[in-house]
Design a protein around this ligand. Structure first.
Ligand SMILES: Nc1ncnc2c1ncn2[C@@H]1O[C@H](COP(=O)(O)OP(=O)(O)O)[C@@H](O)[C@H]1O
Ligand SMILES: O=C(O)[C@H](O)COP(=O)(O)O
Length: 367
């Protein structure tokens, strides 16, 4: 039903009163079969003025849909995304825009999700909708903060276990903190200043050095032309907290999740947990954290493989399936999703909103 009504609306057909009422009911009942209410509407849905609320959202949908479809096509996603756009991404963008109003400076919105869970895609969709709502978004990834290739070569001398980028310790935290501080201070820039004001956003090319990756020229943004007011900061470990060491040691001694198998693996996990402590100042600069929660985190490995296959098919360099397997296992040995990510779905002190993602890549619940 929802699909039919929305299709009708975006092809410029008038909706009947029955259809409009149905949409209102649907908004009030989205995911009502779930034990938890849909938190996306909490602060937006004005039950007294639901007709007006519906009209605004329908107009927004119509305004963004052509661009959304183009974006979807450019990402090579062929499935019909009208329903999740209506039910999840539109209200999520509106929620972020409303959170932005609480600050007199750019909002730093963290987005946490395992490798391949759809963080980059989500940021593209959100930035597009937020642009229509009058916001200039900057999407950055924790991957952009990796240490340079040369610095990681040096790091490997100190700790030969850090064979690839990824685990805590392989990021340039000072660079990240300085970047977020600069972004948070954008509103303090002197509006009367005659001088053009720029921000340099670090960029990381994962294809450099045969896939090891290296930092490239930063992206220079002219803040006078593009005053950034929302930062989407995504990453596989964004906002992830370290365990108390003794507790982690206990779990790893008795019940280590695969692929943590050997004593050396346990030691690696303990050391990476310790390295994670240094990331807390970065997380303290997040204003809010959304989590993409894959109920079956093994899917993330499969999707990461598919993403690499897509890159190869598009003529870019990418990893083969076996390489992805080893690469993802390395990440899991460092910060295992079962231990470090999954529990955050139940931790409202750290995560503000959880979006459960199902096997077809699409959101299945929000809480
Ligand atoms: N909503 C979606 N529908 C279909 N495919 C998706 C969706 N979101 C992501 N994907 C696909 O999943 C893979 C990983 O997505 P991506 O956004 O790159 O994840 P991440 O940034 O978390 O690594 C890509 O191949 C992407 O096209
Ligand atoms: O390539 C990497 O450095 C990691 O896999 C993180 O990538 P993703 O979270 O974007 O998949």
């Amino acid at each position: 039903m929802l699909q039919i009504i929305l299709e009708q609306w975006i092809s410029n057909q008038v909706l009947s009163n029955y259809q409009q009422n149905w949409l209102c009911q649907d908004m009030l009942n989205v995911f009502s079969d779930r034990p938890t209410p849909n938190r996306l509407y909490d602060d937006q849905l004005d039950r007294q003025n639901i007709g007006q609320f519906l009209e605004q959202r329908l107009n927004l949908l119509a305004a963004i849909y052509p661009e959304f479809q183009a974006c979807q096509r450019s990402l090579g996603i062929t499935s019909n995304l009208l329903e999740p756009l209506w039910q999840i991404w539109l209200p999520l963008a509106l929620k972020i825009a409303s959170t932005r109003q609480k600050y007199d400076r750019p909002l730093i919105q963290g987005i946490l999700g395992g490798q391949g869970t759809g963080k980059t895609t989500l940021c593209k969709f959100l930035a597009l909708i937020l642009k229509h709502l009058g916001h200039n978004c900057l999407s950055i990834s924790i991957d952009d903060l990796y240490k340079t290739y040369a610095d990681r070569q040096q790091l490997q001398q100190q700790d030969p276990r850090l064979i690839w980028r990824g685990p805590p310790g392989t990021h340039d935290l000072e660079l990240g903190i300085a970047l977020l501080d600069q972004l948070r201070a954008v509103n303090d820039l002197n509006p009367l200043s005659q001088k053009e004001q720029y921000i340099a956003v670090p960029q990381f090319d994962k294809t450099a050095f045969a896939g090891a990756g290296d930092r490239t020229e930063p992206l220079k943004i002219n803040l006078n032309q593009t005053p950034i007011d929302i930062v989407l900061f995504e990453g596989w470990m964004v906002g992830v907290w370290p365990w108390p060491e003794a507790d982690l040691a206990e779990v790893l001694r008795h019940d280590p999740p695969s692929p943590i198998a050997t004593t050396a693996d346990v030691q690696f996990a303990l050391d990476m947990n310790r390295n994670l402590q240094a990331y807390l100042p970065l997380w303290q600069r997040l204003d809010s954290l959304i989590m993409l929660h894959l109920v079956d985190f093994n899917l993330s490995k499969q999707w990461r493989k598919e993403a690499e296959q897509k890159a190869i098919a598009a003529g870019k360099t990418g990893m083969g399936d076996r390489e992805v397997e080893q690469f993802v296992n390395y990440f899991w040995r460092a910060l295992h999703p079962d231990l470090f990510i999954k529990p955050l779905a139940q931790n409202p002190e750290i995560v503000d909103l959880v979006i459960e993602v199902g096997a077809n890549h699409l959101p299945i619940a929000v809480y």
